[in-house]
Design a protein around this ligand. Structure first.
Ligand code: TRP
Length: 349
């Protein structure tokens, strides 16, 4: 590249050299602060630098929700509205729905042929989930094969990096093993992707347990200001500070991780000092938090209202994203069929 070009910011970004990022989320409906700070915030950052693919893993949702599939469609819409509201940009990232790309199912089937069952049976995330969801019948083939489908998602777009939480690391590991096995058996086709583990802030729900839809302890991006104020008021603070006159410890306070994410550094310093000196009570301190949070959420909520009022725009984003993803998926499948010599020109009726 010529020096002038290197200095030209437009030209210095060599698109072909950009790393490819892929991640997905099961459609769970409206996004909460745990989803935002734990995943979406990171997705937003990555889309500025990399070629990003973000998708709705609706077939994965079906592995556990197969008894109530009719609910999944509504969850997809709500979730994608929040993705757009926080700033995922369809100009920068390919945003799509897994089940709109049937090639994922085809690659999943082929990977199923070369994945040893013991790899799936000893997957720690599988064992954890079986226990956690003991009330559901998950003795299914689909649930056991969950990571094989995930490998198909990732390798279809030849992703280099997969931003995920720790619970998903075994799945990315298995994806690498499946890629290696395919490359060894047929021909080198797939890169071995890496899990991009982000420093995920330890956020709890209003009751002190992990923030999760199933616990009903979430603060949603779309909650009204009144609801947010009320939920913040309920947050568990420092249990070692039973009285207002007792000195508190922000490191023990379950609300404080949210302060860290929402208040400027100077203000934080001030709060730490006055909490430890018992000069600031938890009620007032959480008022400061609620104010800052509402201010930070305001632009997100405004964009959300826009997309709620324009559902066809959301559909259009997905339509375009699906189209782009499908094109890439078709290319990969042509290579896969060629690699396994299944590229017969069969005349379909
Ligand atoms: N299993 C992931 C989760 O539950 C969702 C997912 C499906 C995914 N396919 C993926 C994540 C591919 C990253 C890459 O969070």
């Amino acid at each position: 590249m010529a020096l002038e070009d290197k200095l030209d910011p437009e030209k210095s970004v060599d698109k072909s050299a950009k790393k490819r990022i892929l991640s997905g989320m099961r459609p769970t409906g409206r996004m909460h602060l745990g989803n935002y700070y734990g995943a979406l915030y990171n997705w937003l950052r990555l889309q500025e630098e990399y070629l990003c693919h973000y998708f709705v893993a609706d077939w994965h949702a079906l592995t556990t929700e197969y008894e109530t599939p009719q609910e999944i469609g509504g969850y997809i819409q709500e979730m994608v509205i929040d993705w757009l509201a926080v700033g995922l940009d369809p100009e920068k990232s390919t945003i799509f729905v897994q089940s709109a790309i049937p090639e994922h199912a085809e690659l999943y089937l082929i990977f199923g042929m070369l994945t040893p069952v013991p790899w799936l049976e000893r997957n720690p995330t599988y064992k954890d989930q079986l226990q956690e969801l003991a009330h559901k019948d998950l003795a299914t083939y689909g649930f056991l094969g969950y990571p094989v489908l995930q490998a198909a998602d990732i390798l279809m777009y030849k992703a280099d990096g997969v931003p995920v939480g720790v619970d998903q690391v075994p799945h990315v590991e298995m994806t690498r093993e499946i890629a290696r096995r395919f490359n060894h058996l047929y021909r080198p086709l797939f890169p071995e992707p890496e899990a991009l583990l982000t420093e995920i802030p330890k956020l709890t729900g209003t009751d002190g347990r992990k923030m999760s839809k199933s616990y009903g302890n979430c603060i949603y991006l779309s909650d009204s200001p009144q609801v947010i104020q009320q939920k913040v008021r309920q947050m568990v603070t420092d249990v070692g500070r039973p009285f207002r006159k007792d000195p508190g410890e922000p490191d023990r306070c379950l609300a404080f991780p949210f302060h860290r994410l929402n208040l400027p550094l100077e203000k934080l310093q001030e709060i730490i000092t006055s909490c430890r000196a018992a000069a600031l009570g938890c009620v007032d301190c959480k008022k400061l938090l609620a104010e800052a949070l509402l201010q930070n959420l305001a632009p997100i909520q405004e964009r959300r209202r826009y997309y709620e009022a324009h559902p066809q725009e959301v559909q259009e984003v997905l339509h375009q994203g699906n189209r782009k993803a499908r094109e890439a998926a078709k290319n990969t499948m042509a290579e896969v069929r060629e690699a396994i010599r299944f590229n017969l020109e069969v005349q379909l009726p």
